[in-house]
Design a protein around this ligand. Sequence first.
Ligand code: ACO
Length: 360
Amino acid sequence: MSDGLENVVAAETVLSDVDGLAGRLVIRGLPLPALAGRVPYEAALALLWDGFFPDLPDDLAPALGAARRDVFDQLAPHLAAAADLPVFDGVRTLVSRMEDGTSLEAALRLVAAPAVAVASLLARRKGLAVRAPDATLGQAADILRMANGAVTDEQALGLDSYLVAVIDHGLNASTFAARVVASTQAGLGSSVLAALGALKGPLHGGAPGPVLDMLDAIGTPGNAASWIAAELTRGERLMGFGHRIYRVRDPRADALNAAIGRLRASGAVDAARMDLAATVETTALAALARHKPDRPLQTNVEFYTALLLEALGFPRDSFTAVFAAGRVGGWIAHAREQAASGRLIRPKSRYIGPVPREAA
Ligand code: ACO
């Protein structure tokens, strides 16, 4: 038995490869730096989905834009009820209204749904008019336009870089959940809902909000060392550090840091916040190296996710839903791959309960 299935290979995939020792993420033969910040989300989606849908067009942007419009029409009557829930739960509730099919059309609607849902719920919460999607925009630009009422080119590129950076990442917990469900031959909607449930937890996609809570609690660079030391002494984990696979820096952290750098150059970033984050990162890495000398703990994607999404105007309780809007493309590719070639996933458990007694 392997607790947490660590080092267990449970699927063969052509989709992505995570090399935790070299700090390298490869998506269908391309290293992440060749994709994040260089191609739009729609192109990364087409790359991942190639071969998994018979009728895949070369350019997915028009079809995804049209799917956003359709999904918006379908979800608009249900926004008010979903708005009473925490953002992630509201998004999951809205996504659950999607058809549980396996066609390209069903898949595109499932990619459109988290984007439309989170943007519409955020606009409502800000008291803005809820705007219908603009099918001529890319997914990233449209999310920001719908959520904030306006979007600059730099912001659109920042979110696009993020959505591409998180689109797929080996057999992480939410992707595994999607594959387990797909292995039963259930529809793509069921896989996506299972994956959303797995993504929500703070050990997976729920960490970036708490990263900002940590920065707020530290307050100024001068407090970083004492705050971090006290946290580790209490046995707490520092959010945004450590990873099951990476023993070196997460390559997605660099992709997101580059996106933050571009935004900073355009003046759209709070420089004091970034300086505080830089001090916290350096101090945390040094403290973790002393605290766990045998376990290399490095900065993970969530640390920079928190900084980038905050700079783009997303409230921290929406970060995990924005993550879902990117990762959903990977979940669907894995679900298709599993359903096409994998067997029913059905591991065994070892019974450690009481020894059975004979019936009297
Ligand atoms: N801060 C302090 N200590 C840590 C941290 C951390 N961030 N991460 C791991 N450790 C410690 C553990 O307490 C453990 O100590 P122990 O052996 O005394 O119990 C040791 O390092 C090994 O940790 P594991 O739990 O074996 O590491 P695992 O691979 O299971 O966990 C995880 C990886 C969940 C990401 C962990 O590092 C963590 O909790 N980090 C903080 C939360 C976070 O940033 N989550 C986002 C992950 S990225 C993503 O999912 C997209």
